[in-house]
Write a protein that binds this ligand. Structure first.
Ligand code: IFM
Length: 452
């Protein structure tokens, strides 16, 4: 049996727009995802987050389910437009009060709240002022971070600034796979730089406002492989690798953009920017699911298109490649590159499963995937990577962005008509796994010290 480092955190993750619902309630303003999901053709089946899992009303039941599984920590995001309906200016007290209730309920259940400031739901009012490509967004985000720090910093100590910087900037500003649906390379570059600046500003605010805060950021990191062995596909993979894996953590932690990006970014850089972006953080969040593939595409703004994995690669129920060794190598590589303690803030298995008799969801494929990925994480730790926690994605089946409710990642099934929650076999596996992991905290897996 694997021994896990002492105090290893076992958790589950969600995000506001994907589970809360109550989109028009208690003064919440619209976000860019409300707008996108209501436009025809952007989300499968015309699904929206209007109701989602109705977590806004059912959070007590959800916390009780988490408690039943025995998780140590819960990562959620605050919906910026719920607490600041216009994105700035007057705060919305009923929206703020919702997160008070949620945090208090978590603490009562012995579950540590991990609060992420931004999981893609920019207030639409700010999008109308240009959104992330407008440099004013740095100040908007800083003011929002200050509101959150002052309100919840007495009870919440774990903060993440952003979730998956690369995904929402690449998909939202240049690929039109996510909100706000632009296809503009300049807007993409501006969004990257301003989000980096907003991260740095928020780190300083959280540090100043919250005594004992432990602050990190959540990066999607995964190997990018060329679809074929041609020089064009190799070049495409290198570009996607830079934009996907490095363009946020490199400036935030190492204080630099890669030379090629720095050159393209030149028109948007101001003196002192890199020092504003590169602020000391306490941990490094990694979301990882699979390897990704790139192919050359001269017609696309960055010269690449999404590639296909080789046909013989094993896949999840939604066709994502399964490659636990790539997860192990990503953890080791990220530790070696950034030297910050790592928390795996998302990992999970998507499928289209439906309950069978007696509402059971016997998701053996998910269990097999989780076992293999958790074992790969143990290998990374044994090889010296300082990994301190694992959050499964996701607690609940939820609104999976462009795929709507069809793609299910939850260890708890949600019937999106009745909103009934039914724990899947994987939630029972996770419960047993956590209980066993806690029975035998490690002496055999040493935790590497953080180099000075
Ligand atoms: O659902 C998403 C989440 O919002 C961000 N990371 C990937 C998950 C699965 O697609």
């Amino acid at each position: 049996m694997t021994s896990w480092p002492k105090d290893f955190v076992w958790g589950a993750s969600t995000s506001a727009y994907q589970i809360e619902g109550a989109a028009g309630e208690d003064g919440r303003g619209p976000s860019i995802w409300d707008v996108r999901s209501h436009q025809p053709g952007h989300v499968d089946n015309g699904d929206t987050g209007d109701i989602a899992c109705d977590h806004y009303h059912r959070y007590r039941e959800d916390v009780a389910l988490m408690q039943g599984i025995g998780i140590d920590a819960y990562r959620f995001s605050v919906a910026w437009p719920r607490v600041l309906p216009q994105g700035r200016g007057a705060a919305n007290e009923p929206g703020l009060a919702f997160y008070d209730r949620l945090i208090d309920e978590l603490l009562r259940a012995g579950i540590e709240p991990w609060l992420c400031l931004y999981h893609w739901d920019l207030p639409q009012a700010l999008q109308e002022h240009g959104g992330w490509p407008n440099r004013d967004s740095v100040g908007w985000f800083a003011d929002y971070a200050e509101l959150i720090a002052r309100r919840y910093g007495d009870r919440v100590k774990r903060f993440a600034t952003f979730n998956e910087f690369s995904v929402f900037t690449l998909f939202g500003y240049v690929m039109d796979w996510g909100a706000p649906g632009q296809t503009d390379k300049a807007a993409h570059l501006q969004a990257i730089h301003h989000v980096n600046l907003a991260h740095g500003a928020a780190v300083d605010i959280l540090r100043a406002q919250v005594p004992g805060a432990s602050i990190g950021a959540i990066h999607n990191r995964q190997p990018v492989l060329p679809e074929t062995d041609t020089a064009g596909d190799h070049a495409a993979a290198e570009t996607l690798d830079e934009l996907w894996n490095n363009v946020f953590p490199d400036p935030q932690i190492l204080g630099r953009y890669a030379p090629r990006i720095a050159e393209e970014m030149e028109p948007y850089l101001q003196p002192g920017d890199m020092a504003r972006i590169c602020r000391p953080t306490d941990w490094f969040g990694i979301n990882h699911y699979n390897t990704i593939y790139a192919r050359a595409d001269a017609a696309s703004p960055w010269g690449f298109a999404w590639g296909e994995a080789p046909p013989d690669v094993p896949r999840t129920g939604i066709d994502w490649p399964i490659a636990p060794a790539a997860f192990r190598d990503t953890l080791i590589g990220s530790w070696q590159r950034y030297r910050l303690p790592i928390y795996v803030t998302e990992n999970g298995f998507g499928s289209h499963e439906v309950p069978c008799c007696f509402d059971e969801v016997d998701d053996q494929h998910r269990i097999a995937y989780l076992k293999r990925y958790v074992a790969a994480m143990a290998e990374a730790i044994a090889a010296g990577a300082d990994v301190r926690g694992y959050f499964v994605w996701s607690l609940l089946d939820n609104f999976e962005w462009g795929a709507g409710f069809a793609n299910r990642f939850g260890i708890i099934h949600v019937d999106f008509k009745s909103l009934k929650r039914t724990p899947k076999a994987s939630s029972r596996w996770y419960k047993e796994h956590i209980a066993k992991a806690k029975l035998k905290p490690a002496t055999s897996v040493p935790r590497p010290g953080r180099p000075a």
